[in-house]
Ligand binder design. Structure first.
Ligand code: S3P
Length: 177
């Protein structure tokens, strides 16, 4: 049975450090809805930060838990605002669950703008460690292809989180009408 559009979860996707968590929290507040940050939930499950999870159980196990968690939420919950980790959407099962049950917003940022944030986020992002800038750039554009499967794209260049959140709310209200 089809979920009414106003009840669908809203899922935010995009590369590491584009602001999915900050923006998701603001959107949830503006729409009076609950916010779920997938990374935070996985950190709760393991009782350790993502960097530790990668070290102790490995990326493959992290991806398995991440996928199960997201697919489960998509299939059993509605009315939520959800931020995915930047790598989650690379998994086909995650994409399918999100696109069939939720409204997917891609937070887009140019490589030039993103690059400036790298020093601020690298320490908490194991995927970025031990890579050259060129390798990170490759990853950025490879992943953009997966992110291109979305319902709506929100450009975030030179915008603060408040403005981005307002743009999403405006877009979702338009979709609801
Ligand atoms: C990852 C992104 C992170 C986190 C983990 C792996 C990735 O989330 O899930 O470090 O592979 O892109 P953010 O997108 O919130 O940084």
């Amino acid at each position: 049975s089809e979920i009414p559009i106003r009840e669908k979860n809203i899922v935010l996707i995009g590369f590491m450090g584009v602001g999915k968590t900050t923006v998701g929290q603001l959107v949830a507040k503006k729409l009076y809805r609950d916010f779920i940050d997938i990374d935070k939930e996985i950190e709760k499950i393991y009782g350790m930060p993502i960097t530790e999870i990668f070290k102790k159980v490995g990326e493959a196990e992290f991806r398995r838990v991440e996928k199960e968690f997201i697919v489960n939420i998509c299939n059993h919950q509605t009315l939520k605002i959800i931020s995915l980790g930047g790598g989650a959407y690379l998994q086909e099962e995650v994409r399918k669950a999100c696109l069939s049950k939720c409204i997917v917003y891609f937070l887009d940022l140019s490589w030039e703008s993103w690059k400036e944030r790298l020093p601020l986020i690298i320490d908490s992002r194991p995927v970025l460690q031990n890579k050259t800038l060129h390798e990170i750039e490759d990853l950025f554009f490879k992943r953009r292809r997966a992110y291109s499967l979305h319902n709506s794209k929100i450009s975030t260049n030179n915008m603060d989180a408040e403005t981005i959140a307002n743009n999403i709310v405006e877009s979702i209200k338009f979709a609801w009408d």
